[in-house]
Write a protein that binds this ligand. Structure first.
Ligand code: MN
Length: 232
């Protein structure tokens, strides 16, 4: 270890089901517009030629969800429930679609919390989305389930309820870009590493959250994530 001039921040990690060891997070990649109905509700159409990518900092993760203060600087905080893919193996350059699943260690369930008002302003001006997407605790994430326990990606249902009311629900098979396709695309743009997470995009039904709201997200009986927002 080099001698550090200030204390290093602790590396963010996720729990792994059935394992005492934790998963250290390297980067967080996110896919935009990966469910056709959600793209439409946001006023756009899917372009099969080019997935939309953005990033969150690794320390935006809130491991396991739970209580969090309502975020600053927004009056339109939206929930986006998403499948999260965890890479356990680093890529050696570009990855072919038919080799991509070999990099996957497991899956989690996450919320891509979004300051929709700031995103709308950025979109209108053609500006970056960082302040809308990459803020502190903008990524509550469940524990990881190893891929073998999760089973093959098929029609498992992604759901999100707020205060007991169902807001979002869709099968994973509704994703426009599959997990291996997204890994292959990302590998052309970035050096993918063990520890990377990929948020796979959200189905229709995104809506605003308020201080006091409680959410419960799930993928069938495989993964659950719960949390709530306190007043600032
Ligand atoms: Mn999203």
């Amino acid at each position: 270890m080099p001698d550090l001039i200030i204390a290093a921040a602790a590396a963010p990690t996720l729990a792994v089901r059935g394992d005492n060891r934790r998963f250290p997070i390297h980067r967080i990649y996110c896919v935009g517009r990966n469910f056709a109905e959600h793209a439409r509700e946001m006023g756009s159409e899917i372009d099969r030629g080019s997935p939309v990518f953005f990033m969150k900092p690794a320390d935006a993760v809130l491991p396991g969800g739970g209580e969090q203060p309502f975020p600053s600087a927004t009056s339109d905080l939206h929930h986006e429930v998403e499948l999260v893919v965890a890479l356990g193996t680093s890529a050696n350059g570009e990855v072919a679609t038919d080799q991509a699943m070999a990099l996957v260690l497991g899956y989690a369930l996450g919320l891509d919390l979004t300051r929709r008002d700031l995103q709308a302003k950025a979109k209108a001006k053609g500006l970056p989305w960082d302040t809308a997407k990459g803020f502190d605790r903008s990524a509550p994430i469940s524990e990881l389930v190893p891929a073998a326990q999760f089973g093959a990606l098929a029609s498992q249902r992604l759901t999100l309820s707020v205060n007991g009311n169902l807001r979002q629900q869709a099968p994973l098979s509704d994703m426009v870009w599959s997990v291996p396709e997204i890994i292959a695309e990302l590998s052309r743009l970035y050096e993918l590493r063990a520890g990377d997470l990929i948020f796979m995009g959200t189905p229709a039904g995104v809506a605003a959250l308020q201080a006091g709201d409680r959410y419960h997200a799930s993928i069938d009986d495989l993964l659950h994530l719960e949390g709530h927002f306190t007043s600032r």
